[in-house]
Ligand binder design. Structure first.
Ligand SMILES: [Fe+2]
Length: 84
């Protein structure tokens, strides 16, 4: 079973592109979580984590182009989440 199971009722924001990217993020998180089980391959884990970090940063840039209630606060959360 995946660490996170996507379901529209809980996670969809009803914006196709953002939902698509969020699903991709869930997949990357699940891949990383799966890599922590069984035989540990640190090189693979690093690659998965690097991919997750890069995709997250790219996703935040896309998401911040949208205007919605609470967008400024959400943008601040993005800024706090990402490393310097
Ligand atoms: Fe997002």
């Amino acid at each position: 079973m995946a660490f996170i199971e996507w379901n529209d009722a809980d996670y969809s924001v009803d914006v196709r592109e953002i939902d698509k990217q969020h699903k991709k993020l869930v997949g990357l998180i699940n891949d990383y979580h799966a890599s922590m089980k069984g035989d540990i391959d640190k090189a693979r884990m690093k690659k998965l984590l690097d991919n997750l970090a890069a995709y997250t940063a790219a996703h935040f840039k896309v998401e911040e182009k949208f205007s919605y209630e609470g967008a400024d606060a959400h943008k601040s959360e993005h800024k706090n989440f990402l490393p310097m």
